[in-house]
Design a protein around this ligand. Structure first.
Ligand SMILES: NC(=O)c1ccc[n+]([C@@H]2O[C@H](COP(=O)([O-])OP(=O)(O)OC[C@H]3O[C@@H](n4cnc5c(N)ncnc54)[C@H](O)[C@@H]3O)[C@@H](O)[C@H]2O)c1
Ligand SMILES: O=C(O)C[C@H](O)C(=O)O
Ligand SMILES: [Mg+2]
Length: 546
């Protein structure tokens, strides 16, 4: 069967299904293998949308979409790009979280590549098995911290798959040139180790002396095989992710989405929140719940606003309070702090504050930023306490998926009597409160990584720099104008993601040339036209024309 031309019907990147016209059906020996009617992409998409909407369960919708992608990639991306707001919450956060948890049970076909501890020494040759001609972008996870759901091991594959679908739909990477990867270093989640359907290596996580060499071998192999590839580290637990970023950010074209992508998207939301509340950054008092990869990444990015305001780092740090599982992070609480936590540890506390409520009472914050993974941790008491002292509280419940959000949009608007500026990591529906419709913003790194990645890749940047991350944030913030900001809107609608990603890519490329990072010569004269020319758009036009 594989030798017959009709195998094209089983090749998702070549398949058009009923979209093959008569000439193609003759040429490719498809006569009789398809129903007679020749359909347009739009007609196929209409049917697929009606099939999609007939499912009442989100996981079934997820499975339907991924099976569609496995049959006809063009149709999948056409459908997705025409229904972004409806389908992003399915292929991405929050439904992708459930899909990962049930990955072993629902497995139908393999996507991407897996490199496990047993593969040590063979990774480079295994990469030759990847069927595509080239790879422009890899999203790699070890499954150790999937959203706020913990260590899912190999089940985490849904995350690289979903992120790359956003890279294609959101920015215009070519789908056949994307590669989702899982590095399987085991899992510490007993439930999966005992689950007969679990598909990963069945052992607890390997120690660092095995872990780091495995990741190193993967990276060396990837950049050897695909020298111009961009690698995005994703959902890697904080005992490893900071070191990996430090070790490789100046060696390879790579970045960590949870540290830097999140930093950038929340910096953008913060820039607009400051516009909305009309209080300068120097008057903000920020309490963070969670001091992991995302919390630290966000604070590091917000620091840039203080720098621009001429405030020293030492002084700026006094505007941040971090709470982790042990309470307020101070230099005096008697535990050993990681370097990232030490940088924000308060030196001015000779007493212990163990709970978030105590910290909120003590600090009277203007902004409360949740990146803890702990659902419902912004209680009514905490939010009401905060609201007593600030006219327009900034409340970001950023943990994913929805069940892990620190509070819901409805709770935030109700408990602040409609006064808060709210954003969440997972999408919430608009909230009706006191005859007003509040539209919550989605502070999710999905607004940043597609455009950042496209820009860095297209200009062949040597590295992803802090300046590019900040530029991406500022570019995004400009998509919300002053009249919208005053209403509490701090992020643009998802339907604009292509335009946003295009503009971010342009600004990132300009920054890369300014910083001497871009290796593409000559520099394109019209960078925006260059970006647009290189973006994938799903269409049947280009196929089988010769
Ligand atoms: N919205 C976004 O774009 C976005 C981006 C990245 C991460 N996130 C979400 O943020 C959450 C955290 O991600 P991360 O990468 O920082 O994880 P992490 O494991 O690196 O950090 C979690 C932090 O929360 C703290 N914590 C845990 N339990 C706590 C408790 N009971 N009380 C107070 N603090 C507690 C931990 O001490 C740690 O500092 C996840 O739910 C993730 O989905 C959202
Ligand atoms: O995946 C997301 O939705 C955002 C983020 O990268 C996360 O880990 O929660
Ligand atoms: Mg992530």
């Amino acid at each position: 069967m594989q030798n017959k031309p009709s195998f094209v019907l089983r090749n998702p990147s070549a398949n058009k299904g009923t979209g093959f016209n008569d000439e193609e059906r003759n040429k490719l020996a498809l006569k009789g293998l398809l129903p007679p009617k020749v359909e347009t992409l739009q007609e196929q998409s209409d049917r697929a949308l009606s099939q999609f909407t007939s499912f009442t369960n989100n996981l079934e919708k997820y499975i339907f979409l991924n099976c569609l992608r496995d049959r006809n990639e063009t149709l999948f991306y056409y459908l997705l790009m025409n229904n972004l707001e409806l389908m992003f919450p399915i292929i991405y956060t929050p439904t992708v979280g459930e899909a990962c948890q049930k990955f072993g049970n629902e497995f139908r076909f393999a996507q991407g590549m897996y490199f496990a501890t047993q593969d040590k020494g063979s990774i480079r040759s295994m990469m030759d098995n990847w069927p595509a001609d080239g790879v422009d972008i890899i999203v790699v996870s070890d499954g150790s911290r999937i959203l706020g759901l913990g260590d899912l091991g190999t089940n985490g594959m849904g995350i690289p798959v979903g992120k790359l679908q956003l890279y294609v739909a959101g920015a215009g990477f070519h789908p056949t040139r994307t590669l989702p990867v899982i590095i399987d270093a085991g899992t510490n989640t007993k439930k999966y180790l005992e689950d007969k359907y679990y598909l990963g290596e069945r052992h607890t996580r390997v120690a660092d002396d095995q872990y780091y060499p495995l990741v190193d071998e993967f990276l060396q192999a990837a950049f050897d095989k695909w020298p111009n590839v961009l690698v995005q580290f994703e959902d890697i637990s904080n005992d490893h992710c900071f070191k990996l970023l430090d070790d490789y950010r100046d060696k390879f074209l790579c970045f960590n989405d949870d540290i830097q992508g999140t930093g950038s998207v929340i910096l953008s939301g913060f820039i607009n929140s400051v516009r909305a509340v009309q209080k300068p950054i120097t008057e903000q008092r920020m309490v963070f719940l969670g001091a992991g990869s995302a919390g630290i990444g966000v604070a590091d990015c917000i620091m840039s606003l203080f720098e621009e305001a001429g405030v020293s780092k030492e002084q700026a740090r006094k505007s941040f309070w971090f709470v982790d599982s042990k309470g307020l992070i101070t230099t005096t609480r008697g535990d050993t702090l990681t370097p990232q936590k030490r940088a924000y540890a308060r030196e001015d506390y000779d007493y212990q504050l163990k709970s978030l409520l105590e910290v909120v009472r003590d600090v009277k914050p203007t902004a409360l930023i949740g990146l803890s993974g702990i659902g419902a941790s912004f209680t009514q008491e905490i939010i009401e306490e905060m609201s007593k002292h600030v006219e327009k509280p900034i409340i970001f419940a950023l943990s994913n998926p929805t069940t892990n959000a620190e509070c819901t949009a409805e709770q935030a608007y109700q408990w602040t009597d409609g006064r808060c500026i709210f954003a969440s990591g997972s999408p919430f529906k608009p909230v009706e409160y006191k005859n007003h419709t509040f539209v919550p913003g989605q502070g999710n790194n999905m607004y940043i990584f597609p455009g950042l990645g496209l820009g860095a890749h297209l200009c062949r940047s040597k590295h992803v720099t802090d300046a590019m991350i900040i530029t991406a944030a500022k570019t995004l913030s400009k998509f919300v104008d002053d009249s919208e900001v005053v209403t509490g809107k701090i992020y643009p609608g998802l339907q604009h993601i292509r335009e946003i990603s295009t503009k971010i890519a342009v600004r990132v490329i300009e920054k890369a040339y300014e910083e001497g990072m871009a290796q593409l010569t000559p520099r394109p004269t019209d960078i925006e036209a260059f970006v647009r020319m290189n973006q994938y758009n799903p269409s049947y036009d280009q196929k089988f024309n010769n």
